[in-house]
Design a protein around this ligand. Structure first.
Ligand code: LLP
Length: 433
């Protein structure tokens, strides 16, 4: 097993993903290739559902999959079958959720700058819950509800002022943030005041999201403290009890062997017990608690396969191994220096003798997939697998240098099938007149 038990080494010394030989997958579907293990996604969904049921009770909470981690029609079919909600952050994600036949009433609609079009599109499609981010949106949504003769359920996005000990580009809950309205400045309670005066807004609760790839439970406990205190403040000030607190996503996964993931069951146990205790102390009803994970649902279900091309040893400097993918299918190292475990999928039992920089094929020096990777001797044609790429890889892919996006394939108990076709050159030009 490597990192998670869906990654195994088979008798040929090849990497196996979800029971499929990755070298065979590379042959059959070509590279670069995103591989997604359906079973692992279902397992992750169930880990959340079961923990919530166990520690908060049958109707005490629920889980919404954060689409931004991975959005295509096939994923929503699984999310629906596993009985999760989903979160979306753009009309494009909305259109995808809709096309997949996902129940839109079980959708949270985010966005720090929803345009008039975005709001109307949400209202036309009967989105379940708008997560309102700012004063302008409160005003605009209320007005547009008049036009559609609707009452809209909303959560207010709060900035609790938490430092989440993660990469600065994926922190979202400090007071100085483009997301939400701050409790600390007094503006959050002003927003509540405004919402309660709006006749078309049904204020069901509050939301926050403190950041992503967080491996420590403490910032989540601090967040709970803040959110439950604020729930009590609303009750005391307005004699109004909200029924939902959405704590966002952020549970971190294991990208490297030396990392410890934030275990879903343990994390939810700790937070649930703390929530129940806090509510008791403050004499308020325990609200329905939502978690909104993206990464911890899909990341460890994924791997990306590449074929090795150039192996350049610069005497006295580095050894660059270039692959047939790039930052265009995985921009995360270029953006955040994100760590990954990379293995030679066809040489799993060979001794690692080299330390390599894995480079992509874009015309950009910063186009690296990873540095200082220990690998066996590699030749043109060998297959490299980057593990744990199920989240924020396909969803952040681009077409820089006119590179078509790779295909996604499903693997499941030794079977494989296409989920998303590889882009063609025609696809790259399809909107050009
Ligand atoms: N809810 C909200 C409102 C969010 O903004 C996010 C992520 C999530 C839930 C899900 O968080 P997760 O469970 O996946 O940590 N592109 C970055 C990650 C950006 C996360 C943005 N928001 C990366 O590749 O690391």
């Amino acid at each position: 097993m490597i990192l998670y038990d869906n990654f195994q080494i088979n008798s040929k010394g090849h990497l196996e993903i979800g029971g499929c030989d990755s070298v065979e997958l590379a042959k059959e579907y070509a590279t670069p290739l995103y591989v997604l293990d359906e079973n692992q996604i279902r397992k992750n969904c169930r880990a959340y559902k079961n923990a919530i049921k166990k520690y908060l009770g049958e109707n005490g909470g629920d889980v919404a999959f954060a689409s931004k981690a991975l959005s295509f029609k096939g994923i929503y079919k699984i999310i629906a079958e596993e009985n999760l909600y989903t979160d979306i952050v753009s009309p494009g994600e909305l259109a995808t959720v809709k096309a997949a036949g996902f129940p839109l009433e079980k959708t949270f609609y985010h966005g720090n700058n929803k345009t008039d079009f975005d709001i109307e599109y949400g209202l036309q499609n009967n989105i379940g819950i708008f997560v309102v981010d700012n004063f302008e949106e409160i005003e605009k949504l209320d007005k547009l509800c008049d036009k559609y003769n609707k009452t809209q359920k909303i959560l207010l996005r709060i900035t609790p002022g938490i430092d989440a000990h993660t990469h600065v580009k994926v922190q979202t809950a400090k007071i100085d943030s483009k997301f939400g309205i701050s409790i600390g400045t007094g503006q959050a309670i002003e927003a509540v005041d405004l919402i309660l005066k709006k006749k078309n807004l049904d204020f069901i609760g509050i939301h926050c999201h403190i950041g992503s790839q967080i491996l420590d439970i403490q910032p989540f406990k601090d967040t709970v403290e803040c959110m439950i205190d604020f729930t009590a403040e609303i009750k005391n000030k307005y004699n109004y009890e909200i029924s939902v607190v959405n704590l966002g996503g952020g549970f971190g996964v294991k990208y490297l062997p030396e990392q410890e993931e934030l275990n879903i069951d343990c994390g939810i146990k700790t937070l649930s017990e703390y929530i129940i205790k806090k509510c008791r102390e403050l004499n308020i009803k325990v609200p329905k608690i939502f978690f909104e994970p993206g990464r911890s649902i899909v990341a460890n279900a994924g791997a990306t396969l590449y074929t090795v091309g150039t192996n350049k040893k610069i005497t006295g400097y580095k050894n660059y191994i270039s692959v047939d993918g790039s930052m265009s299918d995985n921009p995360r190292y270029a953006l955040y220096e994100s760590p990954y475990t990379i293995v030679a999928a066809n040489k799993m039992n060979e001794e690692c003798k080299i330390i390599a920089t894995i480079a992509g094929r874009c015309c950009e020096s910063g186009d690296l997939i990873q540095e200082k990777v220990k690998l066996p001797d590699l030749n043109r044609g060998d297959i490299l697998a980057v593990l744990i790429t199920g989240a924020y890889n396909y969803s952040m892919a681009m077409n820089y240098n006119r590179l078509p996006k790779p295909a996604i394939i499903w693997v499941n108990n030794g079977e494989s099938k296409i989920a998303v076709k590889r882009e063609t050159f025609e696809d790259l030009m399809k909107n050009e007149i």
